[in-house]
Structure formats: C-alpha cells, structure tokens
Design a protein around this ligand. Structure first.
Ligand SMILES: N[C@@H](CCC(=O)N[C@@H](CS)C(=O)NCC(=O)O)C(=O)O
Length: 214
C-alpha cells in the first residue's frame, strides 16, 4: 500500500489526503511531527531532502515530493475519477486557481516563514495575524472573482464532483479560520467549503480525523 508522510495540520498534507480520498486510493498515513522537528531528521531528509511534508511513497514509482507534483502524478497514474475538467481552457483555469493558493497564499504563511518573522524580525502574535490575514485576504479576494458564479449557490467548481480547486481551497479555508480571518465577504468560498464539508472524502481528510491530531 502507498504511504503518505505528513502532519495533521499541514495544508499540503491535507490537500494530498483529499486528492487521495477523491480518487479512492487506500494509503497508509505516517505522521511526521513538525513541532518536534521530525521533518529535519536525517531519516526524513532521506525521503524529502527539502525537509517538508508531504512525502508520498508510491506503489510503483518510489518516493515523490512536492504536493503539486504528487497530485499531478496521481491524476496521470489514476485518471479516474479525474480532478481536472475536460476542456483545455478549463484545465488551465483550474490550475490557475490552485496556484493562486499553492504558490501565492500558502508558502508565505508557512511554519518556517512565520518562525523567521518571529525570530529574525521580532514579530509578535498580533503581527503574525496581520501578516497571515493580509495574504489570505489578497488571495481569497481574487479567488472569489475567479470561481464560477453558481459556486455561490452551492455548486462545485466544475461539474458535479470536487476536483483540484477543492483539494487546494478547503485546507486553505481551514488555515484561514485558525488564523481568525473573517471570511464573511467570500460567499463563494464559504459555500464551497460547506458543500465539501458534508462529503466523506473531505471529512476523512480533515486534520481532526488524523491519527496525530491533538
Ligand atoms: N511546495 C511544497 C511545500 C511543502 C511545505 O511547505 N510543507 C510544510 C507544511 S504545510 C512544511 O513541511 N513545513 C515545515 C517548515 O516550514 O519547516 C509542497 O507543496 O509540498
């Protein structure tokens, strides 16, 4: 069975768990405790030299790292059910929404960035909240316009199955709530979160449902 090395609260591990569940791929979850620095230990660096979670030990193709690359791998290796829509333009639009989160929100609110802000730049918890909410609002404001209109009425981003946008967005909404970001001006994002929250694939991937949840 494939194995996923991750941390319950990591957004990148969370997005990968959702993708695996949507594709119905049984996977052993192996917790890596970021708070204890287990991701910097030699044994873990042998899996992912960058020292980040997740790392995915695939059935056929060895250890894979970087959540976007792993999700693309899953999409190519296990195309059914798809995470991307059919049309080329729609596929590019979906990838753009995922990148708006994966490249432009998540990385600058990451544990190591917040750690550097605290330790090297003297940021207190209030400053950290201002930092995280600034970048979440910047990204969510744009995403709210990028999402199709009917998402606000309870539709998914494309078709009747969740896909790549939902894999990226739902963990980022979870993180926004942890940082006390006011989401009341994002009706499409919160509607999508509510629809996905009722689905088994998302419930099973939720941080609180993981073996290392505390
Ligand atoms: N681009 C990488 C980012 C991975 C990443 O930043 N993971 C975080 C958890 S969400 C991590 O391992 N952080 C450890 C740290 O910041 O020291 C991916 O998508 O896999």
């Amino acid at each position: 069975m494939a194995r996923l090395h991750g941390f319950f609260r990591s957004g990148t591990s969370h997005r990968l768990r959702i993708a695996l569940n949507l594709k119905g791929l049984p996977t052993e979850i192996l917790p890596v405790n970021l708070r204890k620095g287990e991701h910097k230990a030699e044994a873990y660096l042998a899996l992912n030299p960058q020292g980040f979670v997740p790392a995915y030990e695939s059935d056929d193709d060895g250890v894979l790292t970087q959540s976007p690359a792993i999700i693309e791998y899953l999409e190519e290796r296990y195309p059914d059910p798809p995470l991307l829509p059919q049309g080329l333009g729609d596929r590019a639009r979906v990838r753009a929404m995922a990148a708006a989160i994966g490249c432009d929100i998540h990385p600058i609110n990451n544990m190591r960035i917040l750690g550097a802000l605290r330790q090297q730049f003297g940021a207190d918890e209030e400053a950290i909240k201002v930092w995280t909410s600034t970048w979440i609002h910047a990204g969510f404001k744009a995403l709210e316009r990028m999402l199709p209109e009917d998402v606000g009425q309870g539709a998914l981003t494309f078709g009747d199955q969740p896909g790549l946008v939902e894999c990226y967005l739902i963990p980022q909404v979870y993180s926004a709530r942890r940082f006390d970001v006011d989401l009341s001006t994002y009706p499409k994002i919160t509607a999508l979160d509510a629809v996905c929250g009722a689905m088994e694939a998302f419930q099973a991937a939720h941080p609180d449902a993981q073996p290392d949840a505390v």
